[in-house]
Design a protein around this ligand. Sequence first.
Ligand SMILES: Cc1ncc(COP(=O)(O)O)c(C=O)c1O
Length: 524
Amino acid sequence: MLNRQGRPTQAVEAAHAEHLTFTGNKALQQIEPLIFEIGHHEATGVDIEKPAPFKSRLGKHARQGEIGLPGLSEPEAMRHYVRLSQKNYGIDTGLFPLGSCTMKHNARLNEKMARLPGFSDVHPLQPLSTVPGALDLMLELARYLMTLTGMPAVALSPKAGAHGEACGMMAIKAAIEAKGEGATRNVVLVPESAHGTNPATAALIGFSVKAVPARPDGTVAVEDVKALLGPDIAAIMLTNPNTCGIFEPQIVEIAAAMHEAGAYFYCDGANFNAIVGKARPGDLGVDAMHINLHKTFSTPHGGGGPGAGPVVLSARLAPYAPVPFIHVEEGGKLHLIETRDEAPAGNLPFGRMTAFHGQMGMYVRALAYMLSHGSDGMKQASEDAVLNANYIRAGLSDLMSLPFPDHPSMHEVLFDDEWLKGSGVSTLDFAKAMIDEGYHPMTVYFPLVVHGAMLIEPTESESKATLDLFIATLRDLAMAAKGNDKERFTSAPHHAPIRRLDETRAARQPVLKWEKPAPAKAAE
Ligand SMILES: Cc1ncc(COP(=O)(O)O)c(C=O)c1O
């Protein structure tokens, strides 16, 4: 494909280098250059009349020349974006086994509900009298979240899991300060297997972080926690089920030990989808837990957003929940508390996490998911997620090694790279070869406590037939890797539109901005 200067675009040059087709396309799979390479500022899909002359008030701030935005005709624009969309691999295309991410099917019913104009067009600055339905929905969602977790309070406004962690830890900090221990209780315990956001959050809120060692079986031992407890310990941040896909067997004892030492228990609830309807974090002794609505309760997940991370709080932390929150006045009138001063007696909000109240679209999707599944359906979703992960485990564990064979998997199954030893194939090579087979790779090299980790989360969405094909594919790849068919892996993917990137160069010299190529030199 040629750009507007009649020269092959960078993508075509790269394809030529691989001695592929003249166009760079692979059959009907078309390469797509950057819009800057194919667009031109004179091209446009709309016919707008030139504005009448007017006196600009911008003075020296007025634009002096073209800003170089690329233009395309309407059909060109249509094709550009449709082709780009065809390069997407998503949950609507196939199995998306990315562990720790819960890439599950999001029912279109929930999308339809979220797009109802009364919800999708609501503006955060609308007078309260015009949004009673939206407030009712938020209250209803809050009620469901508290019921499912067995916790007495919830802060809806955090915008992601990590943001929820910050909210929970700020509530913990406020509670510690209220007890006059702010200067002394300043250390947070974080297991070695934790998601990176946990220690980052604790540090961001001003705590120092102490690591809890991982036991050889992938869980946290209450004795190891107790050994670290003292008057300086503010809290533990523990993920359950943990990042190895294991339910922490001593969670109740750990919670009790924290409370006995005057500290708090923050649970990372990113994996709540494995236990909804089966276990309530409130019964386990949790003081604060975020719930990734974009994982557990139906919202398209990926591309950096949108997210929502409501935080459920125990009675000890409830008074410190941030504003805004909905207060039900006597007589049932709903009032939105926006500032600390407005908060009813007994509430001591630590402050505010976000400008407004949260992601209305995600609240609607989550509630639609809960109502359409019902309590039996949500419980079944958890059971099926766990069943599917264990089905994959059973189908692969004779070929691929399990670092923690003694614990059943919850919603995701974790393999290590022990089984690849001596094959010359790495976890990364194996993941790249999955792309050639039409699968998005699983999560690799996370959690860090496992060498060459491969974390597979099929979710409850997948049928037995889909799982069987996935297992058969991974078995074929595993046998090829062990059978020294190295070439199939080390330079994979072979059939993707873009071949393997030089990851070191990409990390060390990232090209973050398109630069206009220098004009071609005249032939000598
Ligand atoms: C265990 C765990 N904790 C926290 C997070 C952070 O959630 P978010 O990406 O919504 O900020 C994730 C996200 O993948 C996670 O897996």
